[in-house]
Design a protein around this ligand. Structure first.
Ligand code: SF4
Length: 355
């Protein structure tokens, strides 16, 4: 795996992004921002799942007015996503948001860019430039064709508009729904700037397809050392985006949070409902924050051996299973009690390693 790209460090509130900070997991609300209660509830659910930075859409003044109330009730930094209207950006900064997602080239005259930059500078609010392959400026598409070069050139133009006013609290994303196009664009831009990158595959799709596509795209980028924050974009509950993000980071050994579940695929030796059990274990252990490896194996012949690396695990047999901990068998448990006893043992394990 390549060493992580050296980037400047920014702060969203007290959250560091870039430099040697851990790669940050972020998500975006799909609630109506004007509905403060629903948006706050979703942000709290995201926070409980491990989301560290959250973005909300600000399409109008009413949404901008809701930001202060949202900000007061949440515990993670808040980013306002704004297109075209610079006055909404000014209002969002005044409301106390910790970051903006805004393309300076889309808000009109340079005086407007200066106004936004001045507000952001005063409160040390970073701006994320977000280039999307689907809405590339015509001049770059004409010059380079649709693809990585046009995306990188578009980002550099937005960067120049901010740098012109001496503003360098910049983060950049270059998103496409095409994995190779996205990777190509980040590679090109990495050679040009040292601003932190926010990475992801946009419009990746429904949970199953989107998670796979995101894992491939984000995985390649992270493997190449590119990426300081990430979002997995899924059509579905954003809480699932956060779980998926941690799975990707965990697979590459970049972050650890919660349960790493090892479960065997089952085979002709399996005599318990392994799929049902593994799915239920995953659900029941979602509240665990401490890193712990849990195994759900189909048989006693190979199970404990194959899952030697697990902290706690079960191996199924006929009508019963073995509960084991770090390779040692603890006891036999009837099948109908396996789920509860495994969950209790994991909770005991977590409590012990943290006392
Ligand atoms: S652990 Fe047992 S049941 Fe699961 S795949 Fe291996 S041999 Fe089959």
């Amino acid at each position: 795996m390549s060493a992580r790209r050296r980037t400047r460090q920014l702060h969203y509130g007290s959250l560091p992004v870039g430099g040697d900070a851990p790669i940050v997991v972020q998500s975006m609300c799909n609630t109506d921002t004007r509905d403060v209660a629903a948006t706050v509830a979703q942000i709290k659910a995201l926070t409980a799942a491990g989301c560290e930075l959250v973005r909300v859409a600000v399409p109008d003044r009413e949404a901008a007015r809701a930001l202060a109330a949202i900000k007061q009730q949440i515990d993670i930094p808040l980013v306002a996503d704004i297109h075209f209207q610079h006055c909404l950006a000014i209002e969002a900064v005044a409301a106390g948001v910790d970051g903006l997602r805004l393309n300076p080239g889309n808000i009109g005259a340079d005086a407007r860019v200066l106004e936004v930059v001045s507000a952001c500078r005063e409160r040390q609010v970073p701006i994320r430039i977000g280039v999307n392959a689907g809405s590339l400026e015509k001049e770059f598409a004409d010059r380079y064709g649709h693809g990585p070069r046009a995306m990188a050139a578009s980002a550099l133009r937005h960067v120049a508009l901010l740098e012109k006013h001496g503003f360098e609290l910049i983060k950049i994303s270059l998103k496409s729904s095409n994995v190779l196009e996205t990777v190509g664009a980040y590679r090109l831009l990495a050679a040009e700037v040292d601003y932190p990158f926010h990475i992801g595959i946009t419009e990746a799709g429904t949970v199953f397809r989107g998670a796979i596509k995101s894992a491939v795209g984000i995985g390649i980028l992270l493997y190449e050392g590119l990426g300081d924050t990430l979002r997995v974009s899924l059509t579905g509950d954003p809480v699932t985006e956060v779980f998926t993000a941690y799975q990707i980071l965990q697979s590459l050994g970049l972050r650890r949070r919660g349960v790493e579940l090892i479960s065997c695929p089952a085979c002709g030796r399996t005599e318990i409902d392994l799929e049902g059990l593994a799915t239920a274990v995953e659900q029941r252990l979602r509240h665990i924050v401490a890193p712990v490896t849990v195994a759900v194996m189909g048989c006693v012949v190979n199970g404990p051996g194959e899952a030697r690396a697990a902290d706690v695990g079960i191996a199924g047999g006929r009508g019963q299973g073995l509960l084991f901990r770090r390779g040692e068998v603890l006891r036999k448990v009837p099948e109908e009690r396996l789920l509860d006893e495994l969950v209790a043992e994991v909770e005991r394990f977590v409590a012990e390693i943290h006392c």
